[in-house]
Design a protein around this ligand. Sequence first.
Ligand code: G3P
Ligand code: MG
Length: 401
Amino acid sequence: MGALGASLTLVGPPALAADTTGTPPSDSGGCAAPEVVGHRGSGGTSPENTVASIRDARRSHAASIEIDVQLSADGTPFIFHDATGTRTTDVGEVYPDRASSPIVDFTWAELQQLDAGSYFSPRYAGEGIPHLDDAARALGGGRTTLNIEIKSPEDSPGVEAVLAEALTQDRRWQRLVARDRVVVSSFDEASLTAFHELAPQIPVLQIGDIPADDATLDRWAGFADGVVTNYRILDPADIDRVRARDLELGLYTLNSPEAVDAAADLCVDEVITDFPTEMVRLLRGRDPLPRANGIEVSEVVANPDGDDLQPETGEHVVLTNTSRRTIDVSGYQLQDAVINRLVVGEGYTLAPGAELRVYTGPGTDTPDRFYNDLGRNVLNNTGDSVAVLAPRLRLLDLYAY
Ligand code: G3P
Ligand code: MG
């Protein structure tokens, strides 16, 4: 947790993080509430970068939906974030010899054989990797904008031209562009400027740390409409430097109500989140988690002394029952930002005020400790989020550190 909040206190202390119900609208000193951008669709509540997730984000009434685009081996633009299919697809079953191959090594016909929904839940079985054009169809009418991130362009040579061609020559995309419903973003400045030269009518957003030197920020302001940066390392002093250049400011990826409230207080323009439904509710002054039952994350110990996976005392999440009744938490799941899930075993109940420590690594289960023995690290030491899910993926709490 060290670097987090060192310069910017966007992450509340555990006691604050637990208090997410009935959160009032942010008092942001008169500026408009930030616009909510669904990250990879609505990546915390449905399988990221799928049509189902774009539709999920649309239903959230988010102002914008972010997706990632890459190029297949035969030059088709497809929507996908990771460099390989291992985390979010069944590539290991469909192509056992190519499970860790770069995703861009697959042809479009091959990519279409993959299931990109089951990793999230069986209810999304058969959800495929979308073609870029599927995003335009899923976006439909209305005013929702699409933020197309050119992901790892070094792995997708020529992606800028393919994207520019699609957005400027295809009728459906032309209509969206004419209505200011498309922006393009990238961490890669060279890729972004290459795209911008090909399609200067489409706004572009530079993603990355706010540069310390004015010359670089001036250069960004020369082509970009805005900057999108990691909220965990933003120095608030840099906000004025961004504003002075008439650049919009977006922050990623804010997965707790406290982080979004803090961003609203800073008057940023956009907050990118895996939970757009909840954050739209929050910023409209409504309870972001109407299905909460009082089981909340009170602390995350991501980086204990010693090894994160050491027996008995490794990394873990502390759940607290803040309600006045005993709650059966058997089968509850703790989902991180990349959809790793720790589970709570059978037979666990929490009395009012009681705590349960849920570990990633091995140990001896007790009434207040449950060990997943996953054999791999889950909780990111430099910042992560934890969503508490009851059976059937009912969302109870959101915590970030
Ligand atoms: O748009 C910001 C955000 O999407 C950048 O991070 O890795 O999720 O694409 P990533
Ligand atoms: Mg992205």
